[in-house]
Write a protein that binds this ligand. Structure first.
Ligand code: FAD
Length: 555
């Protein structure tokens, strides 16, 4: 590539299309910028729309507002440092790539294709500033992990240092710098009821800007990650899921959501599309409300109506949980209730962690869920909660490493839901029902004939139905256990009992309740609240399932 006659070597700066005769446009001393935009005057400011977890053109506040200001450069920065973090994985990137390809097509249809750069966001934006002179940045607010939070702070500092305006706009029910959770649910409803952002009718084409290649997983340093059952990404797939859920698959949702097989069919499966922003929360909420109105108008009772009502509640939960991480980013890294500090070792038993991660704990339903998750990138809520609870209570592992493992396995990894849920299912929030799932009971409840277990643990094919969830109780267990399938790594009933005692000891400790009340005030759902002492009795522990209620319960 040839050198720009002006100050910079454009090839090195990587903003200009190779083999484009753009030098011819430049007179000596003229800014490179003039050559890129035939339709742009030198006074115009370039609007850089920085796409992050909002990979769509519809209902896109940043794109909509930027396009009203002037010519738009739609930009996605693939950040290798981000993608090499322990909560990121190639299955997530594969989904993102499919979304990016469709986004690129949609933007090209409007007039200006998506520009993709690989590297550090600040360096990329700085190169843009040097090339284009006057720029403004537009993006959506992001409630991400600690790394993206720190990166956004760096971008903010860079923008301030150069006098560049960075507009960060809201795209969901999460409210930045919120003072109190009072009235939050009403504000959520109001935001979702607002009309969708209008899509620009056209974007002026920026001449001679290299749109760049979408990097491969290898380019980003990601490890190979075989996930044959992964959901396909892209907005059209998201719209198909939304439609089929609201009109076909969703009827039995309320009951079917609990099982790993029925849930895979009858849950919406919208999570990765929402996580990467191929669909907006508002369009999903509004489509759900429209469906609810139509069902009511048609006089439909029960079934569909109940399922849509449950689903609508989950959409609230999504932002309710994300608001917690927005308000307290440390939820990703330390116990929400500090009374739990030191309870579990921060250096988890490597053998137990490995057995759990690869689905070899010897507890069939747990292992089948983990192997299904590894192969498909998705699991229903109840089974995610059980996997986390088994790790935290039965195996007594600190939640951080298992949380990272699950994050990598989820195509829909969303830090704002994930870390608060990880802590909630590990009992470290101090305000939630402590739910120690009994994995054998869950197996009997959710997989009564053992078909799911046999599907994912073929080595158990010969175990009779009556013993499939507790093969160690079968008199001929020795034919399989310790050979093709492990002996259980724990006695699950003893382990649950011991965990319960340790958790109770913390909860009874001095100052625990004061801390829990402060957490409830800051993060708790206003519908629940912590019961006063004696107001609500703790659930009687039994061997089937242990539950200790506190506020902010999740049904
Ligand atoms: C330990 C743990 C980690 C989790 N990590 C994630 C994650 O990284 N990303 C993620 O999207 N979900 C996460 N969840 C929540 C939930 O399990 C998934 O959202 C759900 O299973 C996705 O499937 P779906 O889209 O078919 O859900 P549906 O049941 O159809 O629900 C629709 C949408 O509502 C939201 N939602 C549903 N359940 C919950 C919930 N319990 N809390 C918050 N929002 C909810 C999601 O956006 C979901 O896509 C986690 C749950 C647990 C227990």
């Amino acid at each position: 590539m040839r050198q720009c006659r002006a100050q910079h070597a454009c090839s090195a700066l990587n903003w200009v299309q190779p083999n484009t005769d753009w030098e011819g446009h430049l007179a000596a001393g003229q800014s490179c910028r003039r050559a890129y935009f035939r339709n742009m005057t030198s006074q115009e400011t370039l609007q850089i729309v920085w796409f992050k977890r909002d990979l769509r053109v519809e209902d896109h506040a940043a794109l909509s507002a930027a396009a009203k200001q002037g010519p738009v450069l739609p930009l996605y920065v693939a950040e290798p440092e981000l993608w090499q973090l322990p909560d990121q994985s190639a299955r997530q990137w594969a989904f993102v790539v499919e979304c990016l390809r469709e986004l690129r097509q949609d933007l090209a249809a409007l007039g200006q294709s998506l520009v993709v750069r690989t590297g550090d966001a600040v360096e990329t934006l700085e190169r843009g500033r040097q090339r284009f002179g006057q720029v403004q940045i537009w993006s959506h607010e992001e409630t991400g992990n600690a790394w993206t939070y720190a990166r956004d702070r760096r971008v903010g500092a860079w923008a301030r240092a150069h006098g560049i305006v960075w507009h960060e706009l809201r795209q969901n029910g999460v409210i930045r710098r919120i003072q109190s959770r009072n009235g939050w649910a009403k504000k959520w409803d109001a935001f979702m009821a607002e009309p969708a952002m209008d899509m620009p009718s056209a974007l002026p084409r920026l001449d001679a800007v290299d749109i760049g290649e979408i990097p491969t997983e290898k380019d980003l340093g990601l490890r190979a990650d075989d996930c044959p059952g992964r959901q396909r990404g892209g907005r059209s797939a998201g719209l198909d899921h939304l439609h089929s859920f609201l009109h076909v698959r969703g009827a039995p949702y309320r009951k079917a959501m609990s099982g790993p097989v029925s849930g895979a069919e009858h849950c919406s499966r919208l999570s990765p599309f929402l996580a990467w922003g191929a669909l907006s929360m508002r369009e999903v909420a509004q489509a759900t409300w429209a469906r609810q109105r139509a069902l009511k108008a048609d006089g439909v009772k029960g079934g569909w109506r109940g399922s849509m009502s449950s689903f609508q509640g989950r959409l609230h939960w999504r932002d309710h949980f994300t608001q917690k991480l927005e308000d307290e980013p440390a939820i990703e890294t330390r116990n929400l209730h500090r009374a739990y500090d030191g309870l579990r070792s921060q250096h988890p038993d490597a053998d137990l962690l490995h057995a759990w991660s690869v689905g070899e704990t010897g507890v069939p339903f747990v292992d089948a869920c983990m192997r299904c998750l590894r192969a498909t990138g998705w699991m229903n809520f109840r089974m995610r909660a059980m996997l986390m609870a088994v790790s935290s209570y039965h195996l007594w592992l600190d939640w951080r490493a298992p949380g990272e493992h699950l994050a990598r396995q989820f195509t829909d990894y969303e830090p704002g839901i994930h870390w608060p849920q990880v802590q909630m299912q590990s009992g470290t929030t101090g305000i939630n029902t402590v739910r120690i799932y009994n994995p054998v009971k869950q197996g009997h409840d959710q997989d009564p004939d053992g078909a799911f277990v046999r599907r994912w643990l073929p080595e158990l094919a010969g175990i009779p139905d009556a013993f499939i969830h507790e093969p160690w109780t079968w008199e001929e267990a020795g034919r399989v256990l310790g050979k093709s399938y492990p002996m259980p790594v724990i006695d699950h009933l003893d382990a649950a009992k011991a965990a319960r005692q340790k958790v109770w000891a913390v909860r009874k400790s001095k100052g625990f309740r004061t801390g829990a009340t402060a957490i409830q005030n800051k993060h708790g759902s206003r519908k629940s609240g912590i019961p006063n002492r004696g107001q609500r009795k703790a659930a009687k522990p039994n061997a089937q399932q242990f539950q200790l209620p506190l506020g902010d319960s999740q049904k």
